[in-house]
Design a binder for this molecule. Structure first.
Ligand code: PEP
Length: 250
């Protein structure tokens, strides 16, 4: 039985006061008895605040990316050990905005994934096709290539501590959500692929859906067999909406 997970990707949003009030509202709406794991991904400068406010709670936190190098002359970058220092449990790798805006290739993503696992962070690997790729019938091959890059570099065992998020690029921040059928089809493809490599990992790994998840569409998506929760962008910035999405996963 997989415990659902709902994660909030705050992207480059927030301020000290906004982050403090959002975290306090999430704390007020959560308890260790919750049937859903709740995770937030604030921007780097606010991880310290997350650590301070969330450390004794059931809510966990992570970073939106990391540099694959351990340390050194990488101006502007952040290492895995720094994230661990700030109490991060998770790190996003391969978000489509990183792939598209910052040129991260499948092999860059695999390198970040490897660094995260070796450091003891739990990577949340994002995969997804563009609208053009979907229209050309390439969805399955794109997703397969994105996952194969990680499997080739890190091996199937590295996925034991990972989560996958299927995020169709055309659904992120657009208000267009994949239908539950469209999402389930890709989630099943991912799970079958992993099951073929390792029964235990394939059946235990959580596969989240991301792309304009809201309090009104979450329940239908999360009801599908292979959808184990969501990676939520815009709707994670309002505690009420984010908690309603969490409740839809319970
Ligand atoms: C995301 O940033 O991963 C995301 C899914 O964003 P949104 O929910 O706003 O589409």
């Amino acid at each position: 039985m997989r415990k659902p997970l709902v994660a909030g990707n705050w992207k480059m949003h927030g301020s000290k006061s906004m982050v403090t009030s959002l975290l306090k509202s999430l704390l007020a709406g959560s308890s260790p008895q919750d049937a859903v794991d709740l995770v937030v991904f604030p921007p780097f400068p606010y991880l310290y605040r997350a650590q301070k406010l969330l450390r004794d709670s059931s809510i966990t936190w992570g970073a939106q990316t990391l540099n694959p190098a351990a340390q050194g002359a990488h101006t502007g970058e952040v290492s895995a050990s720094m994230l661990l220092d700030l109490g991060c449990r998770y790190v996003l790798v391969g978000h489509s905005e990183r792939r598209r805006l910052y040129g991260e290739s499948d092999s860059d993503v695999a390198a970040r994934f490897e660094t995260a696992v070796q450091a003891g962070l739990e990577p949340l690997l994002c995969v997804g096709e563009t609208l053009e790729q979907r229209e050309r019938g390439e969805t399955n091959s794109v997703i397969t290539a994105q996952i194969d890059a990680v499997l080739a570099r890190c091996g199937i065992d590295s996925l034991a501590s990972a989560t996958i998020a299927y995020e169709p690029v055309w659904a992120i921040g657009t208000g267009k959500t994949a239908t539950p059928d469209q999402a389930q089809e890709v989630h099943a493809l991912i799970r079958d692929k992993l099951l073929a490599r390792d029964d235990m990992i394939g059946s235990q790994i959580r596969i989240l859906y991301g792309g304009s998840v809201s309090s009104s569409n979450a329940a239908d998506l999360f009801a599908r067999e292979d959808i184990d929760g969501g990676l939520v962008g815009g709707a994670s910035l309002k505690a009420e909406d984010f908690l309603a999405i969490r409740d839809a996963a319970a």
